[in-house]
Design a protein around this ligand. Structure first.
Ligand SMILES: [Zn+2]
Length: 237
């Protein structure tokens, strides 16, 4: 299984790696900074830089049978020289990933502002979309104002690992969470925004809310009788 470096080091842009397998799905490495699509967050793009300087462009990163697979952009000659055992540098498209991190952290802020469960989430480099299970109307000005406040307050963002037993011993922790963590895997990764939000999450985030920048609520949509969709974009591209 690939060692997921993005989990503990979301600011790492590249890493030395060895190819462990190549198949129809794509390329697997022993370790990688590439985040595989999941939890609503888009997979990373970037390049695998070979020893001789040639690059294999990676269009997407996905999970196949629980393992991380780097999906090459179609029609690349450099792929011909790639075989298991080859060493290379895995380098993500950092500009794109950093936007994912800012948007992903912003969705946590939105969860803290809107006190209702979510039932859909999509985080791309262009926008973040969150669906809430609720019937009440949402007001754009209110959401933008609260988001701006939480960004300006510069809250620290950190991950906390907790065992199932620790979670059982602290039921108040679960009560404060907007999403209940998965059970039965031994330990749970929590994302904590100091004084704002705490929930189980496996995505990548910025280290401080001020790094998100100015957000615009570009759409509030009544998706169904019991669902409200909110779309966020950055004020400046
Ligand atoms: Zn998250």
């Amino acid at each position: 299984m690939t060692e997921p470096l993005y989990r503990d080091a979301p600011y790492e842009r590249e890493n030395a790696a060895r190819v462990t397998a190549i198949d129809d799905h794509g390329i697997r490495l022993d370790r990688t900074v590439f985040y595989p699509r999941g939890g609503g967050q888009a997979g990373d793009a970037g390049a695998l830089v070979l020893g001789d300087g040639r690059e294999v462009a990676i269009a997407d990163t996905v999970k196949v049978e629980g393992d991380i697979v780097h999906v090459p952009a179609p029609g690349q000659l450099a792929l011909a020289g790639l075989a298991p055992g080859a060493t290379l540098t895995a380098r993500i498209d950092w500009e794109r990933r950093h936007r994912h991190m800012r948007f992903h952290t912003a969705t946590h802020l939105l969860c803290a502002i809107v006190p209702h469960p979510t039932n859909g989430c999509s985080i791309t480099s262009g926008y973040a979309r969150l669906d809430f299970d609720m019937v009440e109307p949402l007001e754009r000005e209110h959401l933008e104002r609260e988001l701006a406040r939480l960004v300006a307050e510069a809250h620290e963002v950190r991950t906390v690992w907790i065992t199932d037993e620790e979670l059982d011993a602290k039921p108040e922790l679960v009560r404060t969470m907007s999403v209940k963590p998965p059970r039965g895997v031994g330990r749970v990764r929590l994302l904590e925004i100091d004084g704002v939000d705490l929930q189980a999450c496996g995505g990548t985030h910025v280290a401080n809310t001020r790094e998100i920048g100015t957000l615009r609520v570009t759409k509030i949509e009544k998706k169904s009788a019991r669902s409200r969709r909110v779309v966020l974009e950055f004020a400046s591209a």
